[in-house]
Design a protein around this ligand. Structure first.
Ligand SMILES: *[C@@H]1O[C@H](CO)[C@@H](O)[C@H](O)[C@H]1NC(C)=O
Ligand SMILES: *[C@@H]1O[C@H](CO)[C@@H](O)[C@H](O)[C@H]1NC(C)=O
Ligand SMILES: *[C@@H]1O[C@H](CO)[C@@H](O)[C@H](O)[C@H]1NC(C)=O
Length: 232
């Protein structure tokens, strides 16, 4: 899917890999949070997509509410987001292609998600977490390996969407534009990490859709004026 494979041309530079540990992550409880892809304008290539409600919207970002959902994840320790994400992607892809205890094939869903710690020091590696959303039929009972489950509460996220390919420079630019917009309206969000999401396979060349998410803290804020002139 786009998030990862579109990163491959020079964006990810994973130097060190943690042992190929797959974990199931309970992210945002589960039924109803995943549905047919035709319910969304930008989730077009997979049978099912993660569903959400729009809380509010400005010219610069959107606030969405997500219900809990379950993902399968793997970590990679790296210096830069770059080429190596393809390897983390392959690990997850093997799992959905039958390398699991029940030997079942699991459909690919969208989006693919990468958790990215805010960069503090370019010279130290950071841990990136790559996740695939489990389709609705496996939300309750994901096939093993199930070494661990992480709980994350349901959440509101600030979302900035962008087209093209999710190269690291582009995603850094958009995360910067998003935090600038959020800081201007004094929105509270967890600034220790953000998510980078991809909705398209590398086969899709036009109308690609990517997103940056920051997890909102407290009441979401959407008070930036709509007209583009206000954006400086
Ligand atoms: C499609 O989205 C709407 C809200 O946008 C929701 O009410 C509806 O349940 C969704 N349908 C499916 C099949 O998920
Ligand atoms: C969406 O897809 C479902 C089956 O996946 C189908 O029954 C439904 O008619 C579709 N709706 C639209 C609006 O295309
Ligand atoms: C922000 O996220 C980090 C990493 O997940 C977590 O340790 C921290 O507690 C979060 N901060 C707040 C205020 O929730």
């Amino acid at each position: 899917m786009g998030c990862v494979t579109s990163l491959t041309p020079g964006c990810l530079h994973f130097r060190v890999y943690l042992p190929g540990l797959l974990v199931l992550m309970l992210m945002v409880t589960a039924k109803g949070s995943i549905g047919p892809s035709n319910n969304s304008s930008f989730c077009t290539e997979s049978k099912e997509c993660l569903l959400f409600d729009v809380v509010c919207k400005t010219g610069e970002y959107e606030v969405r509410h997500y219900d809990p959902s379950r993902w399968v994840s793997t970590d990679a320790e790296a210096y830069f987001m770059g080429v190596g994400a393809a390897m983390a992607f392959r690990r997850l892809f093997k799992y959905i292609s039958g390398a699991n205890e029940e030997a079942v094939n699991i459909d690919m869903t969208a989006p693919v998600l990468v958790k990215i710690p805010e960069e503090r020091n370019m010279w130290e590696p950071a841990v990136y977490t790559l996740s695939f959303l489990l389709p609705s039929e496996y939300q309750e009972n994901p096939p093993k390996p199930t070494t661990e489950k992480e709980n994350m509460p349901e959440m509101n996220v600030y979302v900035r969407s962008y087209g093209g390919w999710m190269l690291s420079l582009t995603s850094r630019l958009h995360s910067h534009l998003l935090t600038r917009a959020l800081d201007r309206v004094r929105a509270s969000y967890n600034s220790s990490y953000h998510y980078c999401l991809g909705y398209d396979s590398p086969m899709k060349l036009l109308d690609r859709h990517n997103e940056i998410w920051y997890v909102a803290e407290g009441e979401p804020v959407c008070s930036v004026p709509q007209h583009p002139a206000s954006a400086s």
